[in-house]
Design a protein around this ligand. Structure first.
Ligand code: AMP
Length: 218
């Protein structure tokens, strides 16, 4: 049966980095709603144009379009062994929709690793973040620098700073997370699938804790 894992945590908790480790370990498809939106933005699709304003302001894209986009992605053949969702769901309505979607596939959310990190640490982390636009790998100038400054270790691409990683937007994104996404912690705890991990430790340590938590249930 397919395995479905939802990575939960505030922006800057290290979800993208951990997602790559987990997806590889469990042979799951990494589906990041933020990456899907950025891809649409790059290709200038209707969806991309609609999402741009929300993303630039650090707000959430409306539920209906976000749900439709993720539903389309996870119903493709390359997701049949299971999916690691990163950045989705981000509202209670999205969580309900995901539950319904998986029920339709005879499945459910198996595990929700929740990376907890205090707000002040998040701001510091997000402001020094650099991303490879080609492969999506994320670096930090202080905590996780590439071997050569400004260059991706994986594919040699030039690293960029995302528009929404600029400081005012960062604060807005953290606030939006607190208001709209944090309620999902209790939602998944009630379903008995939440596995909380202290995200202030090193990337390797957080990775080990996450893998151990997932192995218990998945
Ligand atoms: P991320 O890369 O996950 O931080 O997402 C970047 C931006 O894409 C967010 O600030 C939102 O504007 C948008 N976005 C990503 N995922 C979602 C979602 N599940 N619901 C609504 N908006 C989203």
């Amino acid at each position: 049966m397919a395995t479905y894992i939802v990575l939960l945590g505030p922006p800057g908790a290290g979800k993208g980095t951990q997602a790559q480790i987990i997806a590889k370990e469990f042979g799951l498809m990494h589906v990041s709603s933020g990456d899907l939106f950025r891809e649409n933005l790059k290709n200038q699709t209707e969806l991309g144009k609609l999402a741009k304003g929300f993303m630039d302001r650090g707000e959430l894209v409306p539920d209906d379009v976000t749900i439709a986009m993720v539903k389309d992605r996870i119903s493709r053949l390359d997701c049949e062994k299971g999916v690691l969702l990163d950045g989705f769901p981000r509202t209670p309505a999205q969580a309900e929709a995901l539950g319904e979607m998986l029920k339709g596939l005879g499945s459910k959310v198996d595990c929700v690793p929740y990376i907890s990190v205090p707000a002040e640490v998040l701001i510091e982390r997000l402001s020094g973040r650099w991303t490879c636009p080609a492969c999506g790998r994320v670096y930090h100038e202080k905590f996780n620098p590439p071997t050569q400054a400004g260059v991706c270790d994986a594919d040699g691409g030039a690293l960029i700073q995302r528009d929404d990683d600029k400081s005012e937007t960062v604060e807005r994104r953290i606030r939006v997370y607190g208001e709209q996404t944090a309620p999902l912690i209790a939602y998944y705890r009630n379903l008995g699938v939440l596995a909380e991990v202290d995200g202030t430790q090193s990337i390797e340590e957080v990775g080990k804790l996450m893998l151990a938590a997932i192995r218990k249930v998945a």
